[in-house]
Write a protein that binds this ligand. Structure first.
Ligand SMILES: NC(=O)c1ccc[n+]([C@@H]2O[C@H](COP(=O)([O-])OP(=O)(O)OC[C@H]3O[C@@H](n4cnc5c(N)ncnc54)[C@H](OP(=O)(O)O)[C@@H]3O)[C@@H](O)[C@H]2O)c1
Length: 323
């Protein structure tokens, strides 16, 4: 494994971070038991992963708790989250603290390393900053939170509007940012400022569901070409990203997606989610490979670097969902 420092938190973290949400929820979604899912967490830790991301809506804090029973607590960096606003309800500071306490209970630990406000949209930001962040600072003082973070909601925010504002507020030590081969705007919008200010970055959506589904990639790229948003030839081939897979390049589209994301300057931890032991091993191996050949990386930047169309930024809660 390779390790890096998560910005000003000073935490030493693996460049590959285990995401326990997303489409797979460590396999719980496809019928794995909590014990089987916890075995996957331990597999990741055995391979050197020390960053684990969870959240109450994922239903995986119990899985993390099971895994933590056989891992010394200080060997892993655990991140969880709290909702800010959902279904027209603004969560009070008391409710957020109760959520933190419940997360601690489910995970069987007395602190979280990074506590994030979850999927905060631009119109929710002032409330998150002015009403909830002070309560988190208080919990940090009590030792229940080591560092305070913020995750954006790329599903509705394709241009990093929340994080563009949040970089100016020093309470946030860590950001979770959406970025992938066809959603690269954080390169301008987020990473220069996070690097300047020492904000740690966790990257989500490197693969999501789109890059695990090549026919879908072709369909989406054709739709973009039809709208004139990408070069015309990309819409005329069944394998528009096939140029990435070659001898000396990536072995698969998924590998290309992870290598592209992980080596973007400014990215600390690239999260990957899976419910499959073979995928887990393959993804860690991909994240540890060198950057894509420069010609391939440059081609992705030239072809898709301008896109703000929100390609592949879908919800795992069904069509139309915003989380
Ligand atoms: N706003 C937020 O705070 C937020 C939003 C989204 C995500 N997250 C975090 O980020 C983490 C990563 O999420 P993500 O959105 O990047 O998606 P993801 O959960 O990493 O999704 C990857 C998808 O691709 C499949 N896959 C993975 N490796 C594969 C392989 N080698 N071959 C074939 N298929 C493969 C997985 O299915 P299999 O199970 O079949 O492998 C999964 O469905 C989440 O778990 C969560 O912790 C946070």
């Amino acid at each position: 494994m390779q390790y890096t420092t998560l910005g000003k938190t000073g935490l030493r973290v693996s460049v590959a971070g285990l995401g326990t949400g997303g489409f797979s929820r460590m396999g719980l979604k496809s019928g794995k038991t909590e014990a089987e899912a916890a075995r996957l967490v331990l597999d990741a830790v055995d391979l050197g992963v020390n960053f684990i991301d969870t959240a109450p809506p994922y239903g995986t804090e119990g899985v993390v708790g099971l895994a933590l029973k056989s891992i010394p607590r200080d060997r892993v960096v655990v991140a969880t989250k709290s909702t800010v606003h959902r279904n027209n309800e603004w969560w009070t500071p008391q409710r957020v603290v109760a959520s933190l306490d419940n997360s601690l209970k489910l995970m069987g630990t007395d602190y979280v390393d990074v506590f994030n406000l979850h999927a905060v949209e631009a119109h929710e930001y002032d409330y998150a900053l002015n009403t909830l962040a002070p309560a988190l600072v208080e919990q940090k003082r009590k030792g229940k939170i080591r560092h305070i973070g913020l995750t954006e909601n790329p599903i509705v925010d394709h241009t990093n509007e929340t994080l563009k504002r949040a970089v100016n507020d020093p309470v946030w030590e860590v950001f979770m940012v959406g970025f992938h081969m066809m959603h690269q705007v954080a390169r301008q919008n987020v990473f220069p400022a996070t690097r300047r200010k020492g904000i740690g970055t966790l990257l989500m959506f490197a693969v999501r569901s789109i890059f695990a589904d090549p026919p879908r990639v072709a369909r989406e790229i054709k739709a973009l070409a039809d709208q004139g948003l990408v070069e015309k030839w990309l819409g005329e081939t069944a394998d528009p990203l096939g140029f990435l897979v070659h001898e000396g390049g990536a072995a698969s589209l998924i590998e290309a997606a992870y290598r592209f994301a992980r080596h973007e300057p400014g990215v600390d931890v690239t999260l990957f989610g899976t419910g499959n032991a073979a995928h887990l091993k393959a993804n860690i191996a991909s994240l540890l490979k060198p950057p894509l050949p420069e010609a391939d990386r440059a081609a992705l930047v030239k072809l898709f670097g301008h896109l703000t169309a929100g390609v592949g930024l879908d919800s795992h809660q069904g069509p139309g969902a915003t989380r």
